[in-house]
Design a protein around this ligand. Structure first.
Ligand code: NDP
Length: 335
């Protein structure tokens, strides 16, 4: 078993030295368990948070432990009555070539004859479900309303924008660099696409939303949120999904303290600002699989993937994801 461990807690941006690759004997499954060979590993922004000490919404990864992550895995040995060798499953296999899992903990069997297996880690998996549920339960865009989303070429943002279009909203997508911006406009059908790295980004955003913003799907925070804030309409909804601009912060930002102004705006404009974690909405998962499955098979929702070759390149893959180097859902193909 080859596996990637957390070697040290990063200070600011992670480096290769925060990870360690080692070989270990194959784990042995017990009663009710399976031995899995991991084929695909998902790289996700939340992994940066798990590398820090202190409990967030789940416990941190311990120093010296295997990095956690979602996988598409093949059953190679089974001591569980419902799982047979050769079957493919969605698992939490982690950053390693093999893993042992309780058969009952596996969320889904995957059909290799249906949608591509990799989609189970992206648009047809956790990130896609995040977009679906956050928009449906909190964003609630009405036809004709304006929806703004950043990190818009990634698996969450691209799916948010496309679902909002399917629900009849006007969509403004924000991404970093001309290639991503062109993708939003030309391939995904967003009404407007903007580059948050442009010097006059805030002015461009203002011009792009003549009727203001009704839904801001918050993926990033930072200077994007600063530009969005004054443009929010009365009764705007802000599903707070992620704050990737801050995941590598090692100290609070310099002052002044803007919390009073933010709360005054929340009051005057009657904003709904609601954080959520995807598993809060687990009861919607079967419906997500049905509806999103149909959209994907009909070509109504599109997606892009960014493949990192080999487990040994996973650390650099995560470091680059936090910098915006990925184009679409970032995955590691485990050789
Ligand atoms: P992406 O594939 O979109 O990757 C992250 C992207 O964030 C980068 O490609 C980059 O895109 C953008 N980014 C990085 N730094 C900044 C910055 N300073 N300002 C603006 N954009 C930045 O990731 P996902 O689609 O997987 O995730 C998107 C967000 O959703 C993340 O915040 C993640 O933590 C959150 N999330 C939350 C979940 C929940 O349950 N609440 C579940 C899943 C995801 P660009 O080049 O366009 O700037």
């Amino acid at each position: 078993n080859t596996r990637v461990l957390l070697a040290a807690r990063p200070n600011g941006e992670p480096t290769e030295a925060d990870f360690r690759i080692e070989r270990a004997p194959l784990p042995v499954p017990g009663k009710g368990q399976v031995l899995l060979r991991n084929r695909w590993l998902s790289l996700d922004p939340y992994m940066r948070g798990r590398m820090n000490a202190g409990r967030s919404y789940v416990a941190p990864i311990e120093v010296g432990a295997v990095m956690e992550g979602g996988t598409v895995s093949e059953v190679v040995e089974s001591l569980h009555p419902d799982l047979a060798p050769g079957e493919l499953v969605l698992a939490e296999g982690g950053w390693q070539t093999h893993a042992v899992a309780d058969g009952d903990s596996l969320r889904r069997k995957l059909d290799p004859g249906d949608l591509p297996l990799t989609t189970a880690l992206g648009v047809y998996g956790m990130p896609g479900f995040t977009a679906y549920a956050g928009l449906r339960e909190i964003g609630k865009p009405a036809p004709g309303e304006t929806v703004v989303v950043a990190a818009a070429s990634g698996p969450v943002g691209a799916t948010v924008g496309q679902i909002a279009k399917l629900r009849g909203a006007r969509v403004v997508g924000i991404a970093g660099g001309p290639r991503k911006v062109a993708h939003l406009r030309d391939d995904l059908g967003f009404d407007v696409a903007l580059d948050h790295r442009a010097d006059d980004f805030a002015a461009q955003l203002k011009a792009a939303v003549p009727d203001g913003i009704d839904v801001y799907f918050e993926n990033v925070g930072g200077h994007v949120f600063d530009a969005v804030l004054p443009l929010l309409n009365e009764f705007a909804r802000i599903p707070v999904c992620g704050l990737i601009a801050h995941y590598n912060d090692s100290a609070p930002p310099p002052g002044p303290d803007r919390l009073p102004q933010l709360m005054a705006l929340a009051l005057a404009r009657r904003l709904t600002i609601r954080g959520f974690i995807v598993f809060d909405f687990n009861k919607l998962y079967p419906e997500f699989l049905r509806e999103m499955g149909a959209w994907l098979r009909d070509g109504k929702v599109r997606y892009s993937e960014d493949i990192v070759e080999g487990l040994e390149n996973a650390p650099q893959g995560l470091i680059g994801l936090l910098r915006g180097e990925n184009f679409g859902k970032r995955l590691v193909r485990i050789a």
